[in-house]
Design a protein around this ligand. Structure first.
Ligand code: KG4
Ligand code: ZN
Length: 336
């Protein structure tokens, strides 16, 4: 069974081929057009997807040494995400499936992120707890079995990645913020500023990152930081490291707490922020202490990618699932 997976929910245009559960190719273009605007511009993202979708699908097929007639099914994301962006990949995927006379499978982008740890071996065993930390979402999920999800908690305000991007903007270090904060933080002192760790009430699985972000803003105001004038690299690195440490502390504690409560042996992280080097380092160290097995995607599969969509689509196909060609884009699609 050979399946093509298409991802266009935000600003990555990506496609991948999975055959019999094995990833054969993954081709991704990160749209550069947004960097000069300091954030993703939805209209520009859809236009870029339109331009890139055919070459990216061709590249994924070529890398897998496949022709489109070798495909048995097509999977594409139908939400959540930017409506115009989703529509490009979804319409393309449905049309291609229709033209080839093969099944179409609509994939939830948040489910796909969970599948980024189910692409290659070793894979987590069910049940496991997954933390998805991306630019649009922060979700703690109990994954009981294939397609059996219990959403334990999510962010009440900003997503973790969004907080990284906004802090980067305050510091004037550029876009996309997450990777740049990560890089600068490596040279900084994480104890320089004690930013708050919002755990909310005792035992809560919900997250809140806007408080940490606002504390960074107040701190910068207090010290009279001017992003246009201040090029004190050490100061910026210290703020990055201190902010990052606060976010990582909260993410880690909540993941460990959920693992204990749900009595699982395996825990996983996914989404763009799972590329963060400090988060990866701390996850490995702390899960070892707690005798848990940790699963972290390869860097290519942390941020949005077609491989996770193809992997989810493959399992859905194997479990007899098929979508109607009337499936629509749902920007606020929930994980269920
Ligand atoms: O999963 P993703 O590609 O897109 C969404 O579904 O949102 O995640 C993108 C987010 C951005 O906010 C980006 O700044 C963040 O992931 N990110 C990082 C790192 N790499 C990407 N955040 C912290 N450290 C990183 N190394
Ligand atoms: Zn994503």
């Amino acid at each position: 069974m050979t399946i093509l997976g298409i991802e266009t929910s935000c600003d990555e245009t990506s496609a991948a081929v999975v055959r019999d559960g094995k990833l054969l190719s993954n081709a991704t273009v990160v749209q550069l057009v947004h960097s000069e605007h300091g954030g993703v511009v939805p209209e520009l993202a859809s236009r870029a997807h339109q331009k890139l979708i055919v070459p990216i699908v061709d590249e994924a097929l070529r890398k897998a040494s496949m022709d489109k007639i070798d495909l048995d099914a097509i999977a594409a994301v139908h939400g959540p995400g930017l409506i115009g962006s989703i529509l490009v990949g979804l319409s393309f995927g449905k049309a291609m499936a229709m033209g080839l006379g093969i099944p179409f499978i609509g994939v939830n982008h948040m489910e796909a992120h969970i599948f980024s740890n189910l692409i290659d071996d070793p894979k987590p065993s069910f049940p496991f707890v997954n933390l998805t930390v991306s630019g649009g979402h922060t979700q703690l999920v109990f994954v009981e079995d294939y397609f059996q999800y219990e959403l334990l908690g999510e962010t009440m305000d900003d997503a973790a990645g969004e907080a990284f991007d906004k802090v980067a903007k305050m510091l004037g270090i550029g876009y996309p913020g997450g990777p740049l904060v990560d890089k600068l933080a490596a040279k900084g002192n994480a104890k320089a500023v004690n930013f708050p760790r919002p755990y909310l009430e005792e035992g809560s699985h919900e997250f809140s990152f806007s408080g940490i972000k606002t504390s960074v803003l107040y701190y910068l105001r207090k010290v009279g930081f001017d992003k246009a004038a201040n090029r004190n690299e050490q100061f910026i690195a210290d703020v990055c490291a201190s902010f990052q440490a606060a976010v990582v502390d909260v993410l880690l504690d909540k993941l460990l707490m959920a693992a204990k409560k749900y009595n699982v042996k395996d825990v996983a992280v996914s989404g763009g922020v799972s590329a963060n080097s400090e988060l990866r380092r701390r996850l490995k160290a702390e899960t070892k202490i707690h005798h848990l097995n940790i699963f972290i995607p390869k860097l290519d599969f942390c941020t949005d990618n077609g491989a996770m969509v193809a992997a989810a689509g493959y399992e859905r196909l194997r479990h007899g699932f098929e979508s109607s060609l009337e499936l629509t884009a749902e920007p606020n699609l929930q994980l269920r």
